[in-house]
Design a protein around this ligand. Structure first.
Ligand code: NDP
Ligand code: 2IT
Length: 445
């Protein structure tokens, strides 16, 4: 790392002790930015990096609620409003027992650059809670969401901060959150949340957008080597919103997705995952992946273990951070891996990224490859602002244009900085320069 940047990075780490994922995300971005500061000394003079690493505002709050047995439960809520240089803070809410400030900050930090890469007018933020929705009834989830919004509502708004979904937050939760926001504020402010239901201000394609976009990005990477998804053997981790739609899109392009996972285990289906059955079990019944075994004879279920033990030519990690380590990366590379498209945020450890890059694997980092979700959220905001709703075909076309644009910008930036094919460099520099220019133009704030 450039010595000037390393000194700033060390200060950031010391000021934010115990936030390992945030440290990891900051370090990874800083490692790309030395050459930018050679060309643009004004970024150092303007203390852009110091400002970028300090969120504009951080909110931590108590979320009290009563479970179905009438017992009182207390969770912790977070919203980190990281950077509003390019637009209102924008980013998802994660409900998962592992959520803490360091995780919300890593996600919010990544979101700044991702949102810049989309070319849409959105800043970066993230939030969530250590609430675990697993095993909770709809009524419990509703009461939790209502309590969460009873504090959050005063901090968000169409022109201020626009949350959406992430792990554990999908259409059901956004519905309860929107209902409570409307009730407290007495405003039908569609643009305050994205990922809404289609009959009340949502956008077609938003549910599919992250998974579809990840595959579109990976297809563009494959194209640079004269390849396509047709005939590829794909492994996907996770079996939630992003994973399911990545599987569907990859298979529609002629790939065979042979495995996917949840936090308990993974399934293998050499004939290709049955997406309709997967949707039925995960989206309709809110069941576990294991239930596949009894519903489809071709499927074998492996309890525990790692889905990365299954060979693939294309790997699409779509579950969570640091789920693919250096050993798994080395094994995949030894067994014929061509490309990695990250549907999840920071799913590959730093050791895994090094293995991919040294082996010359096409590696699309999350902040570029999974930007289709937030980009389509921005399209939802556009539709809300004009009180319009677009067709599936039109919205999907916009998503495709945006993903191809992100790919091309990352590739062109990597070329410009002398490291062709390095999408990490391209994404970090491409996102950073746009935000840094806007921050300097807006003065010391
Ligand atoms: P979902 O809640 O729909 O699905 C999450 C999936 O990941 C589940 O299969 C879950 O398994 C698995 N998972 C979650 N946490 C862990 C863990 N600690 N260990 C192992 N497996 C885990 O979330 P999404 O599909 O929306 O999100 C997946 C990833 O994509 C996240 O990294 C998210 O930040 C990222 N992302 C999401 C976007 C969106 O639009 N939703 C946009 C861009 C990125 P289990 O059910 O067993 O917990
Ligand atoms: O990580 C992400 O980009 C998301 N969870 C989606 C954020 C959004 O505002 O749609």
């Amino acid at each position: 790392m450039d010595a000037r940047l390393e000194a700033i990075r060390d200060t950031v780490l010391a000021r934010n002790p115990g936030e390992g994922e945030f440290h990891q995300a900051v370090t990874e971005v800083f490692e790309s930015l030395g050459p930018v500061h050679d060309r643009h000394p004004e970024f150092l003079e303007g203390a852009v990096l110091e400002r970028l690493c300090e969120p504009e505002r951080q909110i931590i709050f108590r979320v009290p609620w009563a479970d179905d047995a009438g017992r009182f439960q207390i969770n912790r809520g977070f919203r980190v409003e990281f950077n509003s240089a390019l637009g209102p803070f924008k980013g998802g809410l994660r409900f998962h027992p592992s959520v803490n400030l360091g995780i919300v900050k890593f996600l919010g930090f990544e979101q700044i650059f991702k949102n810049a890469l989309t070319g849409m007018p959105i800043g970066g933020g993230k939030g969530g809670s250590d609430f675990d929705p697993r095993g909770r009834s709809d009524a419990e989830v509703m009461r939790f969401c209502q309590s969460f919004m009873t504090e959050l509502y005063r901090h968000i708004g169409e022109y201020t901060d626009v949350p959406a979904g992430d792990i554990g937050v999908g259409g059901r939760e956004i519905g309860y959150l929107f209902g409570q926001y409307k009730r407290i504020t007495n405003r039908y402010e569609s643009g305050v949340l994205t990922g809404k239901g289609i009959s009340w201000g949502g956008s077609l394609v938003r549910p599919e957008a992250t998974g579809y976009g990840t595959v579109i990005f990976a297809a563009e990477m494959l194209k640079t080597r004269g390849q396509s998804f047709d005939g590829q053997r794909v492994v996907v981790s996770g079996s939630g919103n992003v994973a399911i739609n990545a599987i569907a899109k990859a298979q529609s392009l002629g790939a065979t997705v042979v495995a996917c996972s949840d936090s308990s285990g993974y399934i293998v289906d050499e004939a290709g995952i049955d997406v309709a059955l997967l949707r039925q079990i995960k989206e309709v019944e809110r069941g576990r992946l294991k239930e596949h075994e009894t519903r489809r004879s071709a499927v074998s279920y492996v309890e525990g273990g790692s889905v990365w033990d299954i060979d693939a030519t294309v790997a699409l990690p779509c579950a969570t951070q640091n789920e693919l380590d250096g050993d798994a990366a080395a094994r995949l590379v030894r067994n014929g891996l061509l490309a990695v498209g990250e549907g999840a945020n920071m799913p590959s450890t730093r050791a895994a990224v090094a293995v991919f890059q040294e082996a010359g694997i096409l590696y699309g980092p999350g902040k570029a490859a999974n930007a289709g979700g937030v980009a389509t959220s921005a399209l939802e905001m556009q539709q809300n602002a004009s009180r319009d709703s677009w067709s599936f075909a039109h919205t999907e076309e916009r998503l495709t244009e945006i993903m191809v644009g992100i790919h091309d910008r990352c590739a062109a930036t990597a070329d410009e900085y002398g490291d062709p094919g390095n999408y990490v460099l391209g994404a970090n520099i491409g996102g950073f320069v746009k935000v840094a220019d806007a921050m300097l133009a807006q003065g010391l704030i």
